[in-house]
Design a protein around this ligand. Sequence first.
Ligand SMILES: Cc1ncc(COP(=O)(O)O)c(C=O)c1O
Length: 447
Amino acid sequence: MNLPAKKTASKSYQQRLKAVIPGGAHTYSRGSDQFPANAPEILSSGSGVYVKDAEGNEFLDFGMALRSVAIGYAESSVNNAAIQQVMAGNNLTRASLIELEAAERLTGMIASAEMVKFTKNGSTAVSAAVKLARAYTGRKLVLRCSDHPFFSFDDWFIGSTVINRGIPEEISGLTITFPYNDAQALQSILAEHGSGIACLVMEAATTEEPVASIFEQGKSYLNDVELLCKKYGIVFILDEMITGFRWHQYGAQALYNIQPDLTTFGKAMANGFSVAAVAGKRDIMDLGSIDEAGQERVFLLSTTHGAEMSGLGAFVATMDFYDNHDVIGHMWEFGKKLKLLINRKALEHGLKDNLIASGFDCSPGVTLKDHDGKVSMLLRTLFMQEMLKSQVMMPWVSIAYHHGEKELKHVERALDQSLTIIRKALDDGIGQYLIGEPVKPVFRQYN
Ligand SMILES: Cc1ncc(COP(=O)(O)O)c(C=O)c1O
């Protein structure tokens, strides 16, 4: 059959992407509403910490595939391990040797993980943890942290955000929220709803350090959360999608000395390959097992491609790389230098109140504020736009092992150029310096 010739040549890549993919990409964070008008419309390749667009223009990247690439793009030892598994068949009819090796490697590393199930994306892992918690406790309610932006595209989470279209109220109503770093507020919520809550879902940290415990000296808010979950029989689910393999090789839980019941991992664990996991205590994870005669079954993660061998080979090779190179130490050190550089340049350009690098050294945040001290999407767009003119793509800051001194110098040059324009724009009006539309938050109800 002859397929009709499609007229595509006259259309931009964005038009073509949006014509065939809702949102034009496979995460909303990659959408055109998240980038300034001069951002590359489409990318062709990545190597180290650089990406190329379709025309061959190269950009120093700080997006790093939504934080999933922690060493660098196309790292040869990781790629070779994946290719070896591709050549060995990539997905076989029964469990594979690499599946066993990967599971033993993860459970050997993470103190709270006695069992693990791999899957292809983070949302699935967190939703599986929620399902396990409901099955384990026989309760319905989910308590999730309101200060952490994203846990899953599934109904239990999205139903509790402003983008809840398509999700029945009966589902949305089962998820309630709590604020970060406020153990007293958590206590009050638990006093009211504790006996109905199946699980508490949170990240260990995003931008702020956990504050001191209200119960015990030398302990932190996270210890309080663990304690309160135990007191009310609630399954403590720690989402380490971002903190895992970044705050500490053995998870932020190792750094903060906590023992969640279930943990979810993804993103950086396989240097960009599609691997995520739910891991945790045996008595909960075991609900998904098939051995105990008479036990009522829980249909835990079951995916055709869940244990695809290339990804698991990449995970093991990524962990080998971490064992042989101080990836974590580098992230903390580089991020500290980057924060200092951004704040120093802001000061030099008279912008210390407008451009602020803050947060954890291993995961810095860059905030743009207008004259009134309000966070400004317009200024943020202008910052990204001007950095792109110097071939730096910085939609957020995700540090990888291959960000080094050369890249810091590149950022310094880009900042000098960009901040000169930002200074002028603040005086003359930001709008006249913007090429296109300002970026918008992902979590908004209307387009
Ligand atoms: C903390 C956190 N949890 C879960 C997810 C979902 O992961 P995925 O996009 O792989 O489904 C994300 C993704 O951004 C995340 O940041």
